[in-house]
Design a protein around this ligand. Structure first.
Ligand code: PLP
Length: 409
């Protein structure tokens, strides 16, 4: 009889969102006359901008006639999109990235989850805590995580707590990890690292031979000058980092699916004999074997985001969410609740008042204000006592939620 990958059985059921849904449903049944304002949504709600929609229509028409039809495309992405990315996302910020260092994909979740394919199973992993669950769960699936401990941590993973006590700036690792996941602007805390803080991580990785997997899915939300948009703005990062980007939260592509990953040529890891091997070559081989490219139609839509109208329209949408974020942040603070994020990120992360547990606060907010958010503990042990609200609802709903939270007893 065939055997399964036992590591999948080690994974606990995805408790967070199913438990949130269960509690919301119970509340709805018991309070049919009340309207819940959902401030837990991690998905965008604004429609895709006109520039991308027009490009989608044109690309669909291309597929309707033989001369302009596109079948299998390059696994790494079409040159028309990779060139725009290199030019506008990087060169315009003073960062030189070659087009063959850019791999277009169907999103950052796939790439952050799949990148482990090209890394040794013996590599030790570190994550910030709380954390986007994909980094941890995909390492559990691969067999790098060890066993789940009663405190909610995996024995084989080093957790780097990010709390009010350290200003949400993780301390450098102590366990000499080989692979470090960093996500900035951060989901779920909404916090960032300044240029000099990120430089410490790059210097650490270079000194210790570690690889930084840098998830910049929320880069478009950065408003402060001292916050780097790319890890490659930091000298030396080309020798120690891979960066992941996404059009999901930038341009509402959560349903269309498109993102990209940058793997610089200078980045090498050691093979079993201790010889250096280019990761760009390995990722290219991995993608060519397991991935057949993001669709032509979607890549044309992504290309349109880089046109002057596309960029203006994307900025407008991001601005819409960011007005919500600042409403939320100001509202919470004026109520005396400690909160971070919301300045360079669509997420606001608050300390639950009176030392309440994350779930206790979830119930209180739901029952007293009819506002739903996400309990911080669902993102990792250091999220206990914290709570995430998102800026992805409408202005009106956000204003109403803030008003209701102001009346919290
Ligand atoms: N990375 C982070 C930190 C996220 O929060 C998300 C989505 O919520 C993703 C990646 C997924 O991005 P994509 O839609 O491109 O797969």
């Amino acid at each position: 009889m065939f055997k399964i990958n036992d590591n999948f059985c080690k994974l606990p059921a995805s408790y967070l969102f199913s438990e949130v849904a269960k509690r919301l449903e119970r509340f709805r049944l018991e309070n049919p006359d009340k309207t819940i304002i959902r401030m837990g949504i991690g998905d965008v709600t604004r429609p895709i901008c006109p520039a991308a929609i027009e490009a989608l229509h044109r690309a669909v028409d291309d597929q309707a006639s033989a001369p302009s039809f596109h079948g299998y495309g390059p696994e790494q992405g079409y040159a028309f999109l990779r060139e725009r990315i290199a030019e506008i996302d990087f060169k315009a910020r003073g960062v030189e990235i070659a087009t063959d260092e850019i791999f277009v994909s169907d999103g950052a979740k796939s790439d952050t989850g799949n990148i482990g394919d090209i890394l040794a199973l013996t590599d030790k992993v570190a994550v910030t805590d709380p954390v986007y669950p994909v980094y941890v769960d995909t390492n559990v699936m691969a067999g790098r995580a060890g066993t789940l401990q009663p405190d909610g941590c995996w024995s084989g993973i080093e957790y780097l707590p990010c709390t009010l006590a350290n200003g949400f700036v993780p301390a450098l690792p102590k366990g000499n990890p080989d692979v470090i996941y960093l996500c900035y602007p951060n989901n779920p805390t909404g916090t960032t690292l300044t240029r000099s803080q990120l430089k410490e991580w790059v210097d650490y990785a270079l000194a210790h031979g570690a690889l930084i997997l840098f998830d910049a899915a929320y880069e478009a939300y950065i408003t402060e000058d001292d916050v780097p948009h790319s890890i490659f703005e930091i000298p030396g990062a080309r020798r120690c980092a891979i960066e992941f980007r996404s059009f999901s939260k930038t341009a509402g592509f959560t349903g269309l699916r498109c993102g990209y990953t940058v793997v610089p040529h200078e980045l090498t890891g050691l093979d079993a004999e201790g010889r250096p091997v280019e990761l760009n070559r390995l990722w290219n081989r991995r993608q060519c074997t397991k991935f057949n490219g993001a669709s032509y139609v979607i890549q044309r839509a992504a290309e349109a985001l880089y046109s002057p109208e596309g960029r203006r329209q994307v900025a407008e949408t991001v601005g819409y969410y960011m007005r919500n974020a600042s409403l939320l942040l100001d509202g919470l603070r004026s109520r005396g609740i400690e909160a971070v994020g919301g300045v360079n990120s669509p997420y606001v992360w608050l300390k639950t008042p009176g030392g309440m547990g994350s779930w206790e606060f979830f119930d209180k907010l739901l029952h007293e204000c009819c506002v739903a958010g996400t309990p911080g503990v669902g993102f990792g042990p250091s999220g206990e006592g914290y709570f995430r609200l998102t800026a992805f609802n409408t202005h009106q709903a956000t204003l109403e939620a803030v008003e209701r939270i102001n009346n919290l007893k």
